[in-house]
Design a protein around this ligand. Structure first.
Ligand code: PLP
Length: 382
């Protein structure tokens, strides 16, 4: 049987990883500034994480949500404390798309409405509801296309004000758009979204799948705006590679049995991974590390003069470098000549999403290589 060929692949086969490094079959070492789409939050194969998962697997790996799983309660308690959302409750699932799918369902169950506002360049996942609020026609199959969704320009308070009414079920927005090119939702925009959702009885959903879990320098990036969403979705960094997602739910939304459900969500092993991640983030002060190293990396990138860089955007360790020319050649040079993984958003933007535990030495190594490669690929001004 062949694999269904949906991914363009680099011909690299990582066989081992530790911290911010990967090693391929030939033994070549790579610096990871991308964490496999923002997933590696506490570093690859962190010894505490490996021990916690191993220990759990030796006890019990899985049972379904028909029995008590105390690890779910430990996870909810630790997540509430570290994120500042102790009053909210937690629904566990397996991925970012699933978290958004469940958040949209909850919003609709809650206020009985069905119209959703989403934003230009939004990415919320590939399942039916999540892809319907994703602004990319090429991944929306006819069966997913719906008239319930209205797309508005991102960060446009006036457009949102004009579009809101009593029929709107939910507003869904990323605190920092990832796939859309590392576009930070402005504080006035998020505050207006909160105010308008309150005014019209709509549910505010903050998709924190990519920008959450400390990456921005706060646990959730919307916390810079001082708002409290009704629903917050997470995944990616939550399990450091073990599939797990979640919805943090405002206390006004009441659960009933059978309202949501999942076979795998919140299983013992997934919870062990997520608990280990939170323990490491807390014990190693990784949110502060993301804030400090992110800020200095953004500053350094902005200071690279006369360089072919159009704009540097982001917060903490979620950084977009928009180039004058397509990013592909530069990324290939970084990967094959300097052995560094980076990501992309669209044609021109390089995405940096390293582990929150990245060190100054690793950041410096990247900056040295990046400046060198930038000098080689940028066209000198005429
Ligand atoms: N939401 C955001 C903001 C994302 O960046 C992604 C994935 O890139 C998703 C949702 C979907 O997550 P998953 O691929 O885990 O379904």
């Amino acid at each position: 049987m062949n694999l269904f060929n949906v991914y363009p692949l680099y011909n690299i086969e990582p066989v081992r990883a530790l911290g911010s490094y990967l090693w391929d079959k030939q033994g070549d070492q790579y610096l990871d500034l991308y964490g496999g789409h923002a997933v590696i939050s506490v570093g690859h194969s962190h010894p505490y994480y490996v021990a916690k998962l191993t220990e759990q697997l030796q006890q019990i790996g899985f049972y379904s949500n028909s029995v008590r799983i105390p690890q779910q309660e430990e996870l909810a308690e630790k997540l509430g404390k570290l994120s500042g959302y102790e009053e909210y409750s937690l629904f566990l699932c397996n991925s970012g798309a699933e978290a958004n799918e469940n958040a949209l369902k909850l919003a609709s169950f809650f206020n009985g409405r069905k119209k959703v506002i989403a934003f230009s360049k939004a990415f919320h996942g590939r399942t039916a509801g999540a892809v319907a609020v994703t602004d990319n026609k090429s991944i929306v199959a006819p069966i997913n296309s719906t008239e319930h969704v209205q797309f508005l320009p991102f960060n446009d308070v006036a457009a949102l004000e004009a579009a809101m009414n009593e029929e709107i079920c939910a507003v869904i927005v990323e605190g920092i758009q990832g796939v859309g090119g590392i576009q930070v939702a402005s504080e006035p925009f998020l505050q207006a979204a909160r105010r308008l959702c309150d005014q019209y009885g709509a549910t505010l959903i903050l998709d924190s799948v990519q920008c959450g879990y400390g990456r921005s320098g706060k646990f959730f990036s919307h916390q810079f705006a001082g708002i409290h969403p009704d629903l917050i979705t997470t995944a990616k960094g939550m399990g450091n590679g073990f599939p797990i997602g979640g919805v943090l739910i405002h206390p006004k939304v009441k659960a009933t049995h059978g309202m949501l459900g999942t076979t795998f969500g919140g299983n013992h092993l997934a919870c062990a991974a997520a608990i280990a991640v939170l323990d490491i983030i807390k014990d190693e002060n990784l949110i502060a590390n993301a804030a400090t190293l992110g800020e200095s990396l953004i500053k350094e990138l902005k200071s690279i003069a006369g360089s072919g860089i159009k704009e540097v955007r982001g917060r903490g360790l979620m950084i977009g470098i928009e180039l004058e020319q397509p990013a592909d050649e530069l990324r290939k040079k970084l990967l094959f000549e300097h052995k560094m993984f980076t990501g992309a958003s669209g044609k021109h933007t390089i995405r940096l999403l390293p582990s929150l535990a990245i060190t100054q030495r690793e950041v410096d190594a990247f900056l040295t290589a990046f400046e060198k490669v930038l000098g080689q690929v940028s066209t000198p001004a005429a």
